[in-house]
Design a protein around this ligand. Structure first.
Ligand code: NAD
Ligand code: TYD
Length: 358
């Protein structure tokens, strides 16, 4: 059997592919990994799979309908897991166009290709087929400090171009189920962190900047709250939804770890002080407060009771265990960081896989 993953060279997608091929229940099932290798896609994340016939990497765009049709017909996946997206809020503020192209138009294109494939399947394969859409809690907008956490029934109130584009994609997925009967599931997850996180997002940026003696820029007052989840817990939640989720359903995924950004940055500094002490004293001396992000959402928090109740999923990591693992991972993978930062990973792709497909 085979699954098709989009965006499997990005942060969460590559963690998912690695977890899938290491999992006791899943490791015999091949992964076809379609990724356009934008700045955020990095085949070095998947270097441990080089030569592994269970992983078929295809460099390509979800906007390419002919490529999608060919991949679906050739590999006949039993499920499609859709991670591919433009994912960074700050980039969406500077240039929203690419977010509309990939997150909205790309998801539409993928849904149409998958619908045609699904309709061509014989009865039993058709009824067990799944399309899983990986989405974000940011579609729900910003919570007041004392408001209850987001449930699956929370109204959509996206505030950034990124979250608006993800909200649009969620609506498309919902409509393709409602209108055409496509067997879809959606997960809306809170902020992830862990290995292979591109150092433009808060946690990896603070770690790599601290190690390079650069300033640690906190937006505004730093009291914005996010609900952090270790990435392998997100992967296990998606596996649970794929295995046991009900078609047409949405599952919110979160770590029950609400923390203000300031606390996150101070925790990272304290861990680095312990694990890689600096001769000039604490890394917290590098913290600076900079101009706030326009339209900055104040608080996200996920109510993850539905996925626990219906699918028996709970996160395995606490924030304390997950952030310690993450800091250690960055300390142990200075080469990965240097490659990502220099753009040298593109040379690695060329060297390892040539121009397009391998
Ligand atoms: P990422 O930016 O690290 O990776 C995205 C991947 O998609 C990259 O490998 C990129 O090359 C690929 N991609 C982009 N455009 C493409 C296109 N047109 N065709 C094919 N591939 C393309 O993102 P991530 O953090 O791993 O997020 C993955 C998914 O999870 C996204 O859908 C995101 O909205 C969602 N999500 C992320 C978080 C988080 O905290 N990072 C939280 C909840 C949900
Ligand atoms: P980020 O990792 O970009 O995720 P998102 O915006 O999707 O939640 O940012 C997490 C939080 O950290 C967010 O409130 C913005 C803040 N932040 C900073 O304070 N400084 C930074 O340099 C970055 C990248 C983010």
């Amino acid at each position: 059997m085979t699954i098709l993953v989009t965006g499997g060279a990005g942060f969460i997608g590559s963690n998912f592919v690695l977890d899938w091929l290491a999992g006791v229940d899943t490791r015999d099932e091949r992964v076809v990994n379609l990724d356009a290798l934008t700045y955020a896609g990095n085949l070095a994340n998947l270097a441990s799979l080089a030569g592994d016939s269970r992983h078929v990497f295809v460099k390509g765009d979800i906007g390419d309908r002919a490529l999608l049709d060919q991949l679906l017909a050739t590999h006949r996946p039993r499920a499609v897991l859709h991670f591919a997206a433009e994912s960074h809020v700050d980039r969406s503020i500077h240039g929203p166009g690419e977010f509309m192209r990939t997150n909205v138009q790309g998801t539409f294109n993928l849904l149409e290709a998958v619908r045609a494939h699904w309709m061509s399947l014989p009865g039993d394969e058709r009824s067990s087929f799944r399309f899983h859409h990986v989405s974000t809690d940011e579609v729900y907008g910003s919570l007041a400090p004392d408001a209850p956490a987001f449930t699956e029934a929370h109204p959509y109130e996206p505030n950034s171009p990124y979250s608006a584009s993800k909200a649009a994609s969620d609506h498309l997925v919902r409509a393709w189920h409602h209108t055409y009967g496509l067997p879809v599931t959606t997960s809306n997850c809170s902020n992830n962190y862990g290995p292979y996180h591109f150092p433009e997002k808060l946690i990896p940026l603070m770690i790599v900047n601290a190690l390079a003696d650069k300033s640690l820029p906190i937006y505004g007052d730093g009291m914005q709250v996010r609900d952090w989840l270790y990435v392998s817990d997100h992967c296990s939640a998606i596996r649970a939804v794929l295995a046991r989720g009900r078609p047409g359903q949405v599952y919110n995924v979160g770590g029950w770890n609400e923390k203000p950004n300031r606390e996150i940055v101070h925790t990272i500094c304290a861990l680095l002080d312990e694990l890689r002490p600096h001769t000039q004293g604490t890394y917290a001396r590098l913290i600076t407060h900079v101009t706030d992000r326009p339209g900055h959402d104040r608080r996200y928090a996920i109510d993850a009771r539905k996925i626990e109740r219906e699918l028996g999923w709970r996160p395995a990591e606490t924030f304390e265990s997950g952030i310690r693992k993450t800091v250690r991972w960055y300390l142990d993978h200075a080469d990965w960081v240097a490659n990502v930062q220099s753009g040298g990973y593109r040379d690695w792709v060329q060297q390892q896989y040539g121009a397009s497909t391998a």
